[in-house]
Design a protein around this ligand. Structure first.
Ligand SMILES: Nc1ncnc2c1ncn2[C@@H]1O[C@H](COP(=O)(O)OP(=O)(O)OP(=O)(O)O)[C@@H](O)[C@H]1O
Length: 403
């Protein structure tokens, strides 16, 4: 890993989704519960979530996903920054006045009520006319494909079906946005995967903005229009699933989403569009030139394991080529994973499809060459840091709260 700062940050796509009006905007949002040894839970988050977008907050445990969601819902107040719902600042507005619904992992259905009555509950409480309640519940149960289970009690349903009732109950109120906090966390893998596609279909059908919290990168990639990757209370990148996977902005994003190889060094040559790291012995790594980088600049880059080709002899044609020794081979069915120690001492992972196209199938201890195209080297930016808090004034407590 480089100790110096790499040359230039790649774009982080922080703006609103193209072609959509903003539904939820977070401006420099901070949440400090106080007393935490490692600082605030949320340290300055800026996001614009578009109307009708399926937007995920993705990150490891403790990165601030739930806190961010609860602040949007109004169950927590930020200690700094602004939260706008459809352009209106809602800091201080109670949850039931925000036109937003929240769905949790625990379904909290009423056990003594039928499925239909569970879904109708909120509408009846708001004294919506009887016929309208009937129509809306009926339509919603069709949307979640539970029309034939309308008279059942929750305990007579599977976990996935109960979660769909919870979803129908939230959606029947026609909130302007639905916030979902790991709603599939309690389901087994197969059911979770089918519910992911189901949720996506329902979201598309109802057209409501979904903000979805998950620590599961595969889940976020499957369902989202865009993903915000959080780490330590800060957003490291916002982008489409393809963008965050193919063009991770930081080493954290590259490592958190899928498997990646991170390499670093100083540019031997730079320009006009390509930079080269010279590893000696005929080995080199080429990359698209980061903005402002010149010969001698430190760079950090990532390359995905499936973009790398293995050969027994030095390859021709590919811009990047590195020699190494195979340390581990794992057969994964559709592909094999190779762990390779490079001549420079770095550990790299390579995936090769088991479809007959691989030119070599080396074993442990074999010398191999790794090669890939320049475009598959992606330059990384340093991790973001929290915006500095304003210095407190000499006699003002309020100055301690950045707002
Ligand atoms: N009510 C609270 N009081 C004090 N600290 C809190 C409170 N709620 C959360 N935290 C702390 O804030 C940080 C972020 O928590 P948060 O629940 O937002 O993370 P998360 O990303 O949702 O994690 P997980 O995936 O484990 O739910 C953690 O360090 C957590 O311990």
């Amino acid at each position: 890993m480089a100790t110096d700062t790499p040359a230039a940050p790649p774009p982080r796509s922080p703006g609103p989704a193209p072609g959509r009006d903003p539904a939820i905007t977070l401006v420099d949002v901070v949440k400090d519960y106080g007393g935490a040894r490692d600082g605030a839970a949320v340290r300055g988050v800026n996001l614009t979530i578009g109307q009708g977008e399926f937007f995920s907050l993705l990150g490891p445990s403790g990165c601030g996903k739930t806190t961010t969601l609860r602040m949007i819902a109004g169950f927590e107040e930020p200690t700094g920054g602004q939260i706008l719902l459809h352009g209106r600042d809602v800091v201080g507005v109670p949850p039931n006045k925000r036109d937003i619904n929240l769905v949790f992992q625990s379904y909290a259905l009423f056990p003594h009520l039928s499925v239909a009555d569970n879904v109708a509950f909120g509408l009846r409480r708001r004294r919506v006319p009887k016929d309208e309640v009937h129509d809306r519940v009926d339509r919603m149960l069709h949307t979640v494909e539970l029309a034939d289970k309308a008279d059942r009690r929750p305990r007579q349903l599977s976990g996935g079906q109960q979660q769909r009732v919870a979803l129908a109950r939230a959606l029947v109120n026609r909130p302007r946005a639905l916030l979902l906090d790991e709603p599939l966390g309690a389901l087994d893998l197969k059911l979770r995967q089918s519910m992911q596609l189901e949720l996506k279909r329902i979201q598309r059908e109802v057209g409501i903005t979904f903000v979805y919290v998950t620590h599961d990168q595969a889940e976020a990639l499957t369902m989202s229009d865009r993903i915000a990757v959080l780490n330590g209370g800060l957003v490291e990148q916002v982008g489409s699933p393809r963008e965050v996977y193919e063009r991770p902005a930081t080493a954290f994003v590259a490592g958190f989403i899928g498997t990646s190889n991170v390499l670093s060094g100083r540019l031997a040559t730079a320009g006009p569009d390509t930079g080269t790291l010279d590893l000696g012995d005929g080995q080199r790594v080429t990359l698209p030139l980061p903005d402002g980088a010149t010969a001698g600049s430190p760079v950090e880059l990532t390359v995905r394991p499936e973009k790398i080709t293995l050969t027994a002899t030095p390859p021709t044609g590919h811009a990047s080529r590195v020699r190494g020794t195979v340390e581990e081979v794992v057969y994964l069915g559709t592909s094999s994973s190779y762990t390779v120690r490079t001549a420079a001492g770095a550990e790299m992972t390579v995936f090769q499809p088991n479809d007959g196209t691989a030119t070599v199938t080396p074993g442990r201890g074999d010398t191999v060459w790794l090669s890939w195209a320049t475009a598959h080297s992606y330059p990384l930016a340093p991790a973001p840091s929290a915006a500095p808090l304003p210095a407190p004034g000499p006699d003002s407590d309020a100055a301690l709260i950045p707002r």
